[in-house]
Design a protein around this ligand. Structure first.
Ligand code: I3S
Length: 128
């Protein structure tokens, strides 16, 4: 991609719509609440935005959109987790701080791409 050689600019690796639920906070189990989320993988972070469809057009301007939350991928763990949901194509992301998220898509190829891209960022951070 065009920015990949500019080390001052974190590279935008991927962005798209996934279903998301947080299932643990600091190791404490949470009740599932699945929602569509606009997910952006940039630099060492996975950033979650509210589903643009649930927002008014004016609230979805680039400079105007406030992330819902952000996950540091350093030391994070990724695993397929179809056992943790009745939905298909589910993986679990666990941060070093014990926050756990499930991410899901109905599209097999799409969720595989997300899994592989996030895993490659985690692997890169582990080598640093
Ligand atoms: O793993 P669980 O607890 O069976 O997850 C389901 C429930 O959280 C359910 O919510 P309520 O128990 O508050 O009604 C959700 O609506 C479901 O989506 C959860 O299961 P799936 O299998 O969709 O991850």
């Amino acid at each position: 991609s065009p920015d990949s050689n500019d080390s001052s600019t974190p590279e935008l690796e991927k962005a798209g719509l996934l279903n998301k639920t947080k299932i643990a906070e600091g190791g404490r189990k949470l009740r599932k609440n699945w929602n569509p989320s606009w997910v952006v993988l940039v630099g060492n972070s996975l950033v979650f935005f509210k589903d643009p469809k649930s927002q008014t057009p004016s609230s979805w301007k680039p400079g105007n959109s406030c992330p819902e939350s952000s996950v540091d991928l350093r030391g994070a763990q990724l695993q397929w987790a179809d056992n943790l949901s009745s939905k298909k194509n589910v993986f679990k992301l666990r941060t070093v701080t014990g926050n756990e998220f499930l991410l899901q898509s109905e599209t097999d190829s799409l969720i595989r791409e997300w899994f592989n891209t996030i895993q490659s960022v985690i692997d890169r951070l582990n080598r640093e």
